[in-house]
Write a protein that binds this ligand. Structure first.
Ligand code: SF4
Length: 404
């Protein structure tokens, strides 16, 4: 393990986005580790794109300075919005956390953050945490404290119910049963949970029976929503790693993967026909179970300020309408214009430190009242919708697509 001291004194604990992340819904992100001892063989973090040098699963970089730096940064924070702990390329509850305790210290810092008014809300920050580890249960008391003050969303990644498959593809991650127990325990504590049911592995876990069994188990636990998805294999280290695993454990599947991923797309996507079939299959199972794939609007509202909530809501609506076969081009154009407007306002706010903390939220409210936002959207229907969401505080029902 390597300790990584900040080489630049201006290095920040928090990464701030100009728009909330569409995957985690967060405005901020931070992680005390780089690399991941869970060592999932298909992990995106192995790809050259993420620049993790050395052995991804063994050469873990730690950032012991991060909890103290975070505590300092939180006292000068000016914008409210969810903080993502962990990502698709590192897990904050990976095995070294048992001894390093950096995540525990970070969660304590967030739980103890003093109340302060910042743009869009009152600190502390809500948190979205992603993990494949039951070690998160160790900190349930702290997560409950943060949830009571600001809101928490726990996203547990579960790719299969078959622990033999898990041992091959995710050797260092918690057994399947323990991950299901995490969902159960957090739900019992009244904390919102979602599941990442991805990646379904071609020829291993992507058959309709296996997909249905997993989604049924997750629905049965009362998981608020499930984000399912297929496997992407970026050409290079990530793809080679899976190819070696197949040769050793699933030699019969080598030809299938060569065909599905033979186009070597930079995104790692398989051939279109396979992807479309898998998505159709997943969608029909989800619909049968009434299992949403996106965070419900009331929960989204707990995680983001109104101006950011609207941005994520537009992107959710694009997906919801496209699923129903509706042409979403006008919605996409309006949403892009809104994104550009919001980024411009945010840049102004971040550059001009003399602006009061309430400026960004007030600027958004003024834009609605004066009709400026309606001009930005250039779409009367969407402008009326925005008023009802932002001003009247209605929420979108993802199943009926009605406001209530
Ligand atoms: S737990 Fe997540 S970050 Fe860690 S190796 Fe597995 S997929 Fe990668």
């Amino acid at each position: 393990m390597t300790d990584l001291a900040p080489t630049d004194p201006r290095q920040h604990a928090l990464r701030r986005a100009s728009l909330p992340d569409a995957f985690t819904y967060a405005l901020y992100a931070c992680s005390p580790y780089r690399g991941c001892g869970h060592g999932c063989l298909y992990c995106d973090g192995r790809a050259e794109k993420y620049y993790v040098e050395g052995d991804f699963a063994r050469d873990i970089v730690t950032r012991p300075w991060l909890p103290d730096a975070l505590a300092r940064e939180l006292t000068t924070l000016r914008e409210w919005g969810a903080l993502a702990l962990g990502s698709g390329v590192t897990d904050i509850y990976q095995p070294c956390e048992r001894s390093e305790l950096l995540t525990r210290r970070i969660v304590e810092v967030v739980a103890d953050m003093p109340d302060r008014t910042v743009a869009g809300g009152v600190a502390p920050l809500p948190v979205v945490v992603l993990t494949k580890s039951a070690l998160i249960l160790r900190d349930l008391d702290l997560w409950a404290r943060i949830d009571a003050r600001a809101g928490v969303l726990v996203l547990v990644s579960i790719t299969t119910l078959d622990d033999a498959v898990r041992r091959v593809f995710e050797p260092g991650a918690s057994p399947v049963g323990e991950r299901l127990e995490v969902l159960r325990a957090f739900r019992a504590a009244g904390i919102a949970t979602g599941a990442l049911a991805m990646p379904f592995l071609p020829g291993v876990t992507d058959d309709p029976t296996s997909i249905a069994a997993l989604l049924e188990a997750l629905a049965g636990l009362g998981t608020t929503f499930v984000m399912p998805g297929g496997l992407t294999l970026r050409p290079g280290r990530q793809k080679e790693c899976v190819e070696r695993l197949l040769a050793a454990h699933y030699p019969d599947l080598v030809a299938l993967y060569a065909r599905l991923y033979g186009e070597d797309r930079a995104s790692g996507s398989p051939v279109f026909g396979y992807q479309a079939r898998l998505e159709r299959e997943i969608r029909s199972i989800r619909h049968r179970l009434h299992l949403p794939r996106q965070v419900p609007h009331p929960l989204l509202r707990r995680l983001l300020a109104p101006h950011d909530e609207l941005w994520v809501l537009f992107s959710q609506m694009r997906e919801l309408y496209a699923e129903r076969g509706v042409d979403t081009r006008r919605l996409s154009e309006a949403s892009n214009r809104y994104g550009t407007w919001l980024k411009t306002m945010r840049t102004t706010f971040r550059r001009r430190r003399t602006l009061p903390a309430t400026w960004l939220g007030e600027r958004f409210g003024t834009a609605i009242e004066t009709g400026e936002l309606a001009q930005v959207l250039a779409n009367d229907k969407l402008a009326r919708f925005t008023e009802r969401v932002a001003r009247d505080r209605l929420v979108l029902d993802h199943e009926t697509l009605a406001l209530r």
